[in-house]
Design a protein around this ligand. Structure first.
Ligand code: SAH
Length: 208
């Protein structure tokens, strides 16, 4: 049953502009139901965000696919994710790049996601429980950075953590609206491009 729904979801993503076949095949391979609480598992392949524990959400598959596509990832890349949440986005990234570093501010989510990665035998994700806005100094530079919680501004510290040619994708809050923004560093300058309107949980600085 899940398989039929999965195929339907992949078609829907294709129709909504997800053309990167590596991204679509990662969505096909990673079992989203494993990242979702039992009572919502039958909706795992609906194109919707779902609640996880601690008042957080697993992002909508379209948004996961869209952000991943915007990141233009290749198999050599070192990627930083700020906001592990369920771990689903990290798992998708892990199939496309060399290593994923992911940071979560809520300890319980950090612990749960690590358990899922090990159950699924994913070995190229390194996680930590911290405020992601501080980056991951010991591991810089990153080729790509993805924020999965909405913030009003990317700090200069985070911009300094990407390589030349590096890309950051984040939901940015502007005029009470969240927009997906892609930043690219070229000759030490940052180019900015705007994409879809989105709805993410807020990026908060304290840890729990
Ligand atoms: N990528 C996730 C989406 C999770 S929602 C998934 O696929 O499920 C965003 C997550 O960001 C939440 O779990 C929230 O606790 C976390 N978060 C918010 N602000 C943060 C910060 N400053 N540092 C680290 N994690 C943060």
């Amino acid at each position: 049953m899940l398989d039929v729904r999965k195929i339907r979801l992949i078609l829907e993503l294709r129709e909504s502009g997800i053309s990167d076949s590596n991204v679509l095949s990662a969505i096909e391979k990673i079992p989203r139901e494993k990242f979702i609480p039992d009572n919502f598992r039958n909706q795992a392949y609906e194109n919707i965000a779902l609640p996880i524990s601690d008042n957080q959400t697993i992002s909508q598959p379209f948004i996961v696919a869209k952000m991943t596509q915007l990141l233009e990832i290749n198999s050599d890349h070192k990627v930083l994710e700020i906001g592990t949440g369920s771990g689903y986005q990290s798992a998708i990234l892990s199939l496309l790049c060399r290593r994923v570093y992911t940071i979560e501010r809520i300890k319980n989510l950090y612990i749960n996601s690590e358990k899922i990665f090990s159950k699924l035998n994913i070995t190229n994700i390194v996680s930590k429980h911290a405020d992601g806005n501080l980056g991951w100094k010991e591991q810089i530079p990153f080729d790509r950075i993805i924020f999965t919680a909405a913030t009003s501004k990317i700090s200069n510290l985070i911009f300094s953590h990407i390589t030349e040619g590096g890309i950051i994708v984040s939901p940015i809050i502007k005029n009470n609206k969240q927009t997906l923004i892609k930043y690219k560093k070229n000759n030490n300058k940052i180019n900015e491009e705007e994409f879809d309107t989105v709805l993410f949980v807020p990026n908060l600085k304290d840890t729990q």
